[in-house]
Design a protein around this ligand. Structure first.
Ligand code: GDP
Length: 424
């Protein structure tokens, strides 16, 4: 049985907390895309953690955590992350890294930085963690899989070939120092020893687990609107953020993914550039950002203040559909308790016409939000355990969103802690 926990929006929906909750019942948790460029925040009895590459099952001793082949593997960051949780008192988790995962090379990070410098104020707001150069190389077939790191002769030969290309760009486009095979090789030799204990044929592991009825959780990074095909391209990420990609990035047959839990937040936030129709600004945004302080409205990896906006039914319905959501979770509803009225974006006005369908980028850039207002509940919702105990206004807010999404909201999260959740 495979359940996917993925984002319906731009990321930062609170997937970390929800994955952490479900991870307790899972035998295996798998990261299937993305890299060290974004993070989940998890608060539990060990403390508060921002996980970037480690699957959220690392806090449970019985769970095997897999870094799947679809992940952009940053080896030093992964090793540092393992170290940081263990030194915070978490028992050493079971971790497997796919031998087919491709690694973020030292020059991927450099190229990311140099490209942002080159673009200057036209930049995409990259996190500069090498993700775009990494996936470009993967599909250009000049990337390196984990298994290749342990064959010196073949590795050197491929490095020679790849660096020939890289050095032309470094020298002529970026006017930066060229790289040598020796320096990259030496770096990899250092990294690969630390990684060795975790490297495994995760595909066979997962297939055996499926055959013996194990429960698997796929953990998505970012959200549907950052998907390179269906999101706000080119302001997307570079690997697919959709549950369907779990089949590729983890090696799972499509029909095995039977539960798809789309996480969506009671308001919107986004990091990086690109269209964000329901965005709010200035004081209105600052207030929401501060109220969402517990919801970490500063990027878990980058610390950048997030862009804020009202709940967007057009984008979220689209996100749920893209994900193939079988159910939804609405998070951070506690954050909205200060508002007399809560705006919700229910349509996009484009060239004088209102649509409920999420458009492609060119039209999207011209879209203006059509807002309605719902009565606020003006109280603190934290501590409430049952849906019926929520104030009527809060119930109506959830029910309205549920109707707009067309997907049952099975959980409402009313605080960052694991137990702050209302099941329906
Ligand atoms: P992810 O990338 O989707 O995992 O989201 P992040 O972990 O980056 O951001 C979610 C933030 O919201 C974290 O700081 C969580 O502790 C917090 N959070 C999750 N659910 C809730 C909630 O229901 N209420 C509040 N106030 N914070 C929440």
């Amino acid at each position: 049985m495979v359940k996917a926990i993925i984002g319906a929006n731009w990321g930062d929906e609170g997937k970390g907390k929800i994955t952490d909750m479900f991870a307790g019942e899972a035998d295996i948790v798998i990261r299937f895309q993305g890299g060290a460029n974004a993070g989940h925040t998890i608060i539990n009895h060990y403390g508060k953690f921002a996980l970037h590459q480690l699957p959220s099952g690392v806090f449970y001793e019985q769970t095997t955590n897999i870094v799947g082949n679809g992940v952009a593997l940053n080896i030093p960051a992964l090793l540092k992350e393992i170290n940081s949780i263990v030194s915070a008192g978490v028992p050493m988790p079971k971790i497997l890294v796919s031998e087919r995962a491709q690694i973020v090379m030292p020059y991927h990070i450099l190229f990311d930085q140099y490209e942002e410098e080159r673009l200057s104020n036209r930049s995409f707001g990259s996190t500069k963690s090498g993700i775009a150069p990494h996936y470009s190389d993967k599909y250009a077939k000049i990337g390196f899989q984990v298994s290749e790191l342990y064959d010196d002769a073949a590795l050197k030969e491929r490095l020679e070939n790849v660096l020939e290309i890289k050095n032309i760009t470094l020298k002529h486009l970026y006017k930066k120092p060229e790289l040598t095979v020796e320096e990259i090789f030496t770096q990899i030799v250092e990294w690969r020893e630390g990684l060795r204990p975790y490297v495994a044929d995760t595909l066979s592991f997962v297939q055996k687990a499926l055959a013996s009825g194990k429960r698997i959780l796929l953990e998505g990074q970012l959200g549907a609107l950052k998907d390179p095909d269906f999101g706000i391209y080119p302001f997307t990420t570079s690997s697919s953020t959709l549950a369907g990609f779990g089949c590729i990035g983890a090696g799972i047959p499509p029909y095995e993914i039977t539960e798809i839990v789309a996480v969506t937040k009671a308001y919107s936030s986004s990091v990086g550039a690109g269209a964000f129709v329901s965005e709010i600004f200035d004081e209105e945004a600052d207030t929401l950002r501060k109220r969402g302080g517990d919801a970490g409205e500063y990027g878990a990896t980058t610390g950048r203040p997030r862009r804020m906006g009202w709940f967007d039914t057009v984008a979220s319905r689209y996100g749920c559909r893209l994900q193939g959501a079988t159910e939804a979770v609405l998070t951070a509803i506690d954050v909205l308790g200060y508002l007399d009225e809560i705006p919700i974006c229910v349509g996009y006005e484009i060239d004088g016409e209102v649509t409920r369908e999420f458009p492609s980028t060119t039209l999207l850039n011209r879209a203006k939000p059509v807002l309605i207002k719902m009565p606020g509940w003006k109280c603190d919702l934290r501590g409430i355990k049952e849906f019926d105990k929520l104030p009527e206004e809060a119930r109506n807010y959830v029910l309205f969103i549920e109707k707009e999404l067309g997907v049952p909201i099975r959980m409402v999260s009313n605080g960052p802690l694991r137990e702050e959740i209302i099941f329906r």
